[in-house]
Design a protein around this ligand. Structure first.
Ligand SMILES: Cc1cc2nc3c(=O)[nH]c(=O)nc-3n(C[C@H](O)[C@H](O)[C@H](O)COP(=O)(O)OP(=O)(O)OC[C@H]3O[C@@H](n4cnc5c(N)ncnc54)[C@H](O)[C@@H]3O)c2cc1C
Length: 157
């Protein structure tokens, strides 16, 4: 029995467009691109902003669905046109002569002519005391989370 501890080979793949982030925006962008016959690789590390929400509301055609369901359908639609969706994290993007080098977790890389950044937003809620003084109520429900976001973009930031 051999005891090799060789580092697994790192892969470098080429594509027309590397999409960073594979949630609603990234997958929608990827779908348009694959329909235009571009080779597309989406990289997503699975932490969408609405991760705490069990159901989506007000999203036409998917009222009450789980966010993960929309993402799964979106991935299938992109893949149906030949797009690829990878689980992983983009660590860096560097400009090169003919495009971009996109470094991925795991030591792999993409060489892409274009990069579409769809990494979403991260909520940075202020401390509870600051919220209270600005009249913001913190809650785990989607509705009040979004209301809180609007309020915090003003004086409470
Ligand atoms: C609690 C809550 C409830 C919500 N409920 C609703 C609702 O009911 N209806 C509605 O219409 N909207 C709702 N929203 C808003 C909705 O979630 C956002 O509008 C939507 O998620 C934005 O999509 P996005 O693709 O721009 O970003 P996100 O969904 O945040 O996706 C960004 C993706 O990029 C990935 N990513 C980030 N950095 C990297 C990286 N370096 N490498 C690889 N991947 C990366 C993340 O893992 C993530 O999957 C809700 C939001 C919140 C916070």
């Amino acid at each position: 029995m051999s005891h090799h501890h060789a580092t697994p080979p790192s892969l470098t793949r080429h594509c027309d467009v590397a999409v960073i982030g594979g949630s609603a925006a990234g997958l929608a962008g990827a779908l348009l691109l694959v329909r235009q016959r571009r080779s597309v690789i989406v990289v997503d590390d699975g932490s969408p902003r609405n991760a705490p929400a069990a159901h989506m509301h007000g999203y036409l055609g998917r009222e009450g669905a789980a966010p993960a369901e929309l993402q799964a359908v979106g991935r299938d639609e992109v893949r149906a046109y030949g797009g690829e969706v990878l689980d992983g994290r983009v660590l860096s993007v560097q400009r090169e002569k003919t495009g971009f080098r996109v470094e991925l977790s795991g030591g792999h890389a993409l060489i892409a002519r274009r990069v579409l950044v769809a990494t979403g937003l991260v909520d940075e809620l202020p401390p509870s005391t600051a919220c209270a003084s600005a009249g913001v109520v913190r809650s785990s429900t989607a509705r009040s989370a979004m209301a809180g976001r609007c309020a915090t973009s003003g004086s409470c930031r």
